[in-house]
Design a protein around this ligand. Structure first.
Ligand code: SF4
Length: 214
């Protein structure tokens, strides 16, 4: 685990991420808050590309909790059976749709506690929805962010909650909203797990990682 980088280095790193991509976007396709919740819930242990392939047909027929309930568990299962854990996920999609209709008037709730009370929605999913839809600076730490945070010293921590705190505490405030996407995309495409692409990395000169590649 690298040491936490100093503030001036953090500022320079995020200024570069910002200059390269001022409005970074997540890659999960969605058309409203409800479809975002469903897409993120389906993405546990699955790739965004795999989820998008399944949800393109699912959201054509069910883009609201009411339509999802009308489709039913079997109908949902048919659309998502290429995704891992699809049976449990189909159950959760139906249960969370029912709760959104019955308890929240058909609207996705905007508090972390309410989001996390939905079946299949954990802390990470809630943070993604808060960040992407409600534009709160919530940090969802996935495997990419955990690796990048620890490898570079941008956000070191022994578990995902510690990394989440390190981001919140150390990323300059003006960059906090988009920090999640910049770090995820950096980890997914440049600072990859086995052989990071250090030669193509825009923060190479600021990164203390000792085993950089050429
Ligand atoms: S220099 Fe290499 S290890 Fe450091 S952030 Fe860039 S890709 Fe990752």
């Amino acid at each position: 685990m690298a040491k936490q980088l100093p503030y001036t280095t953090m500022k320079e790193i995020f200024a570069r991420f910002h200059a390269a991509e001022p409005e970074p976007k997540g890659e999960l396709e969605h058309v409203n808050a409800f479809t975002l919740v469903v897409a993120v819930a389906l993405s546990a242990q699955a790739t965004d590309a795999g989820v998008n392939k399944a949800t393109r047909s699912l959201f054509k027929v069910a883009d609201t909790p009411q339509k999802m309930l009308a489709l039913g568990e079997e109908g949902v299962t048919e659309h998502i059976k290429t995704i891992g854990l699809f049976r449990q996920k189909a159950k959760n999609v139906i249960k969370l749709s029912r709760i959104i209709v019955e308890e929240y008037g058909g609207e996705v709730p905007s508090s972390r506690a309410a989001l996390q009370s939905l079946p299949g929605v954990g802390r990470k999913t809630a943070n993604v929805v808060l960040n992407m839809w409600f534009r709160q600076p919530a940090q969802a730490v996935d495997t990419h962010i955990f690796r990048v945070g620890n490898r570079t010293g941008i956000a070191p921590g022994k578990d995902v909650v510690a990394v989440e705190r390190a981001i919140e505490d150390n990323v300059p405030a003006e960059y906090l909203l988009h920090a999640h996407h910049w770090l995820i995309l950096h980890g997914r495409y440049i600072c990859v797990a086995r052989k990071p692409k250090c030669g193509a990395c825009l923060i190479r000169d600021l990164c203390p990682y000792e085993d950089k590649t050429a």
